[in-house]
Design a protein around this ligand. Structure first.
Ligand SMILES: *[C@@H]1O[C@H](CO)[C@@H](O)[C@H](O)[C@H]1NC(C)=O
Ligand SMILES: *[C@@H]1O[C@H](CO)[C@@H](O)[C@H](O)[C@H]1NC(C)=O
Ligand SMILES: *[C@@H]1O[C@H](CO)[C@@H](O)[C@H](O)[C@H]1NC(C)=O
Ligand SMILES: *[C@@H]1O[C@H](CO)[C@@H](O)[C@H](O)[C@H]1NC(C)=O
Ligand SMILES: *[C@@H]1O[C@H](CO)[C@@H](O)[C@H](O)[C@H]1NC(C)=O
Length: 320
């Protein structure tokens, strides 16, 4: 932080009065460049259900000898009973244009008896499953950041906690991972978390989720290993604790509304053997926006780079 502040970075990325220069550059480039497509003969075009936002997210799945595509369609209709536009992820083989929907979750909304009344406690319609999809080896993580549930309080609350599904053995076993569905409900806690708005796997396969709505939109990151997530899973339980899960905590009110966790990726930044995390904080640091680097071991904050600092230090820090 000290050295970052001491240097005076150039004001790059903030085009103030360069309009004519940019226009001229574009003209020159337009004359120099001609577009071309790679392998137009062998191309494969994938398409999904109309209106499903097919292609909202895309990810590779497989190994060097057989690669498929995972394509998110967060408004797709599924076969889940009484769920409208729950969203889906399609698996598309690399060489053929036919895709099949992955059944991360076949169930409709769960109901619980609350004070003797059979009550709908979760809401999967319009949950945007497939808005985020990531893979690592045989594992696939797909998230529904707009999933919400009623909470277990006598008075009903709608908590848009988000939820994710993890497949760990090449599409044979599926578990749910909803780490923001906790007793800390409402905007003050994790009730507006939208867990899985962003997600990634580290190189060694650890899951990290961004939830930009926790703690009055301070946002948070939550991380656990796939083994721990699978071990903790118990169908029909809403509140599960995953051993070894780490997460960022609530901080001072001055960090409210900064959306930490809007984007997330793994990388090594601290010089030890553990992979760290880098996350976008688009409304952080007085709306300049920031990129925050967190220690992969315990999610403590290492450094926040502001919009201006990013210009000067992105290469120096992020791509070590
Ligand atoms: C999903 O199904 C509903 C009800 O049948 C329909 O109104 C809606 O258009 C469908 N959406 C998509 C994306 O297919
Ligand atoms: C690559 O993936 C395919 C399909 O899942 C599998 O049959 C094959 O054994 C894998 N190859 C290697 C080298 O892991
Ligand atoms: C679907 O909704 C209808 C009407 O609300 C209800 O009668 C039916 O039991 C529901 N089905 C499931 C599987 O929840
Ligand atoms: C895709 O199409 C090929 C050839 O038409 C067929 O053999 C294969 O089973 C299809 N795959 C799926 C998932 O439908
Ligand atoms: C970076 O910002 C977060 C809030 O987004 C804050 O909790 C943390 O203390 C800051 N880190 C540093 C090193 O200043």
């Amino acid at each position: 932080m000290g050295t970052a502040a001491a240097l005076s970075p150039p004001r790059c990325g903030r085009a103030a009065s360069v309009g004519p220069v940019v226009a001229a550059a574009v003209l020159v480039l337009a004359q120099l460049c001609a577009a071309f497509n790679l392998d137009t003969e062998g191309r494969v075009v994938y398409s999904g259900p109309r209106g499903s936002y097919f292609g909202y997210s895309v990810e590779f799945f497989g190994n060097s000898s057989s690669v498929s595509l995972l394509i998110g369609a967060p408004k797709a209709n599924t076969s889940q009973p009484n769920v409208t536009e729950g969203g889906a992820v399609f698996l598309c083989p690399g060489s053929q244009a036919n895709c099949s929907m992955i059944d991360f979750d076949k169930q409709g909304d769960r109901y619980f008896y609350i004070n003797g009344v059979n009550t709908q406690v979760e809401f999967k319609s319009h949950q945007w499953l497939g808005a985020t999809v990531r893979s690592h080896g045989n594992n696939i993580l797909a998230c529904a950041p707009r999933y919400y549930w009623r909470t277990e309080h006598d008075l009903p609350f709608s908590d848009i906690t988000g939820t994710c599904y993890l497949s760990v053995d090449g599409l044979k076993t599926f578990v749910e991972y909803a780490p923001c569905r906790t007793e800390r409900h409402g905007p003050v806690g994790q009730g507006y978390c939208q867990g899985g708005f962003s997600a990634d796997f580290t190189k060694d396969g650890r899951v990290v989720l961004g939830g930009p709505g926790s703690f009055y939109w301070q946002g948070q990151l939550i991380s656990a290993t796939t083994e721990e997530i699978v071990k903790a899973y118990y169908p029909s339980y809403f509140l599960l604790s995953v051993a070894g899960q780490i997460q960022t905590r609530q901080v001072q009110g001055s960090y409210d509304d900064s959306y930490l966790g809007y984007s997330v990726a793994g990388g090594e930044f601290s010089g030890d053997d553990d992979e760290d995390f880098v996350t976008g904080v688009p409304k952080g640091l007085m709306l300049y926006g920031a990129v925050s680097i967190l220690n992969g071991r315990d999610l403590t904050s290492l450094v926040n780079l502001t919009g201006e600092q990013v210009c000067a230090h992105l290469d120096g820090v992020l791509f070590l």
